[in-house]
Design a protein around this ligand. Structure first.
Ligand SMILES: Nc1ncnc2c1ncn2[C@@H]1O[C@H](COP(=O)(O)OP(=O)(O)O)[C@@H](O)[C@H]1O
Ligand SMILES: CC(=O)N[C@@H](CCC(=O)OP(=O)(O)O)C(=O)O
Length: 258
């Protein structure tokens, strides 16, 4: 099996032009087949507030009413995605920007209302790995934003970490797939006040202990849950760290194993 790397970048990297440019340079130098997935939650919150729209997050997920869906479509599918694609083109990467509606790549179901109504938020149901592979085989580099669709004309907001994990699962039928979750810190930290206290390996048992000890909190919980989902469903390797983990010299990041 050939290898495929899926790299996800979060909002803090996107917000900082210098970090974003440095990351894209590393990404452009990465050998082999690759897919980029980007978030942009911070930018969406910022632009929404400029438009007088309040943002509400529950369990790290955005309550997405019709107005918010318009904002996230413009911000993720337009502003962020097209800027990233243009910057990659400048680095000679033949990038193509996609939502899950494009080439029917990621279909999702609107999250059913239980205790909370998340609005237009989608839970991924199907990744069109063969269609995505046609782009890869044609030497294009797919760049996915955090938007999916339901197949009936409705766009849906889907967390970018989940997009990376579910694309990883879909593509692992065809490729030996690794996912790299890049964010602003060096990895999952044992002590939040010490940026170098990276936990090198987390498995299902140690994860439970870290949760109980409240060492892992907030957005890191759904991120690691996504890592386990990926590993349980065919993805070979999952890492969490800063963008320097894409260089061969750096081994100071977190690897998640079952
Ligand atoms: N033990 C930990 N180590 C590192 N980050 C942690 C930890 N526990 C909680 N976090 C939080 O998780 C955040 C990353 O999750 P999130 O904001 O969803 O990432 P992203 O920016 O990739 O979307 C970090 O910015 C940090 O505030
Ligand atoms: C449903 C949901 O919460 N979607 C996320 C999608 C963006 C995202 O995941 O961005 P980061 O990776 O930068 O956090 C949101 O709108 O914030």
């Amino acid at each position: 099996m050939e290898k495929l790397s899926i790299i996800k970048i979060g909002g803090n990297i996107i917000e900082d032009e210098t970090s974003l440019n440095a990351f894209l340079k590393l990404f452009s130098n990465l050998e082999g087949h690759k897919i980029l997935v980007h978030g942009g939650g911070k930018r969406a919150t910022h632009i929404a507030s400029k438009l007088g729209i309040k943002s509400k997050m529950i369990n790290g997920r955005r309550i997405t009413d019709a107005e918010t869906l318009e904002v996230i479509t413009m911000v993720y599918g337009g502003l962020v995605n097209k800027n990233v694609v243009a910057k990659l083109q400048a680095l000679q990467v033949d990038a193509i920007g996609l939502t899950g509606a494009d080439i029917n790549s990621i279909k999702s179901d609107k999250r059913p209302v239980k205790d909370i109504d998340f609005g237009f938020v989608g839970d991924v149901k199907k990744v069109a790995s063969n269609s995505i592979d046609k782009l890869i085989q044609a030497d294009f580099t797919p760049v996915f934003c955090a938007i999916t669709h339901d197949g009936n004309g409705q766009l849906l907001n889907t967390n970018a970490d989940t997009i990376a994990s579910t694309i990883g699962v879909g593509m692992s039928d065809i490729y030996e797939t690794s996912i790299y979750y890049c964010f602003e810190l060096n990895g999952v930290l044992q002590d939040f006040s010490d940026k170098n206290s990276v936990i090198k390996n987390i498995n299902t048992n140690s994860y439970k202990e870290l949760l109980d000890a409240k060492i892992i909190t907030d957005g890191m919980i759904p991120k690691i849950d996504n890592c386990f989902d990926a590993l349980n469903n065919g993805v070979q390797k999952v890492h969490i760290g800063n963008t320097a983990m894409l260089t061969k010299e750096n081994d100071n990041f977190t690897t998640i194993t079952l």
